[in-house]
Design a protein around this ligand. Structure first.
Ligand SMILES: [Zn+2]
Length: 407
């Protein structure tokens, strides 16, 4: 199929005008400004529109949209967690499934074609046959109440994936966080991620309560954990959660770390060594009233930072709209421009997933995951897409084209 639009954003620093894209099945064959139809080729003409790579959201909980508007925002992380725990029984597998479908549709309409979504309840997947976006299901594990069986769950989920070959689905592994997953569990999942070549993600260095916990100090989190829990891997050491991972060698290469709010300069060496990426969720950050995100520190140390949305239970971003996250981020970072923010939604997360040859830019050999935006074409298209709040009119995930009615 040949798509002919007014402009095409190949990447933040490469714009084609007009913008033409040729793809076959799920793969991009050519991009340029002067592609002509081949005999018998289907042509989609999109005047007034700009083609762009779909955004990649590396931290979301698609199954938790049912928590929207149910929880009080505030600085107290442990109190928020207590509220989440009290609402979890209401989130039946049916509600979670409904939430996944709706949330992935919202995400797609706002330009996101790939999501790394934490899956805390695998029964959500029963009866689910597709999502609007490409989805990496990050199987989440804790070992608060005995040892989980990650190999078994991974095998079951692989079999489920095989039953739905047309869905653009992938797997990932995720120990929840240092206060719910021991370093032994971290290491075992890190080993599995390496062997199985799966992305590894975890909530890390999110709150001061978590930092107190890894320092072996009294933390409000203790009140939420089982009273019989013994953590031999937590000692009285003045360290950050990333320092705890470094000492215990808990992370595999290319770890994707959600939040990274509580860091020190000394953490940068380990993050660099592990080629780790940070996922910052600006609107969740604001929701919790956190101290400024240490972006300058990461940038100076050349640690990639991506943007995510987290869950509508702890953010005002109920529609998983990464454009809003980018604008919120830019509001707090006057030294960062739209082009840098664009990379945080496209090429940086593609690299974090080790999918840079497939995702994040529109280039030959990449996957046909693109979005068509109706935009004034006399502006910088990168800035115009991020500032736009209209839904995308056309989307394509894995070569499957969808036209969306404009409301
Ligand atoms: Zn989260």
């Amino acid at each position: 199929m040949l798509v002919q639009a007014d402009a095409l954003i190949e990447s933040a620093d490469r714009i084609h005008r007009p913008g033409h894209l040729r793809f076959l099945d799920h793969r991009i064959l050519e991009v340029g400004s002067h592609l002509h139809p081949r005999p018998g080729e289907e042509v989609l003409k999109l005047p007034g529109m700009t083609l762009a790579p779909g955004f990649i959201n590396l931290h979301a909980h698609l199954e938790l949209a049912g928590l929207e508007g149910r929880l009080q925002p505030g600085k107290d992380f442990s109190d928020w967690l207590r509220q989440v725990i009290s609402h979890l029984p209401e989130l039946t597998p049916e509600k979670r499934r409904h939430s996944v479908l709706k949330s992935s549709q919202h995400a797609l309409r706002s330009g996101t074609t790939s999501i790394l979504s934490i899956l805390s309840d695998p029964s959500t997947l029963a009866g689910l046959a597709s999502t609007a976006t490409r989805t990496w299901w990050a199987l989440e594990f804790m070992d608060l109440h005995g040892s989980p069986e990650p190999v078994k769950l991974l095998d079951r989920t692989k079999a489920w994936l095989l039953r739905h070959p047309s869905a653009c689905w992938h797997l990932a592994l995720s120990p929840h966080s240092p206060y719910t997953a021991s370093s032994e569990l971290y290491r075992s999942l890190a080993g599995m991620a390496l062997v199985e070549k799966l992305p590894f993600t975890t909530h890390l260095a999110e709150s001061p309560d978590e930092t107190l916990f890894v320092q072996g100090q009294p933390s409000p989190l203790h009140a939420l954990l089982p009273s019989h829990l013994v953590r031999k891997d937590i000692q009285a050491v003045n360290q950050t959660a990333i320092g705890w991972c470094a000492t215990r060698q808990s992370l595999p290469p290319f770890a994707i770390l959600a939040h990274g709010n509580e860091v020190r300069e000394s953490d940068m060496v380990y993050l660099k060594e592990k080629q780790a990426s940070i996922v910052h969720c600006p609107m969740a950050h604001r929701w919790f009233g956190r101290s400024p995100f240490p972006y300058a520190q990461y940038r100076a140390a050349d640690i990639p930072v991506c943007l995510g949305t987290d869950s509508p239970g702890g953010s005002s971003n109920a529609r998983f709209d990464l454009r809003e996250e980018a604008c919120d981020f830019l509001h707090n970072q006057p030294n960062v421009d739209y082009h840098e923010a664009w990379k945080m939604l496209t090429t940086a997360p593609a690299h974090a997933l080790q999918m840079h040859s497939k995702l994040g830019r529109l280039t030959p050999g990449g996957w046909a995951d693109w979005v068509a935006w109706r935009l004034p074409t006399d502006q910088d298209p990168v800035e115009a897409v991020l500032l736009d709040r209209q839904a995308a009119e056309w989307t394509c995930v894995g070569g499957i084209v969808a036209h969306h009615e404009m409301t």
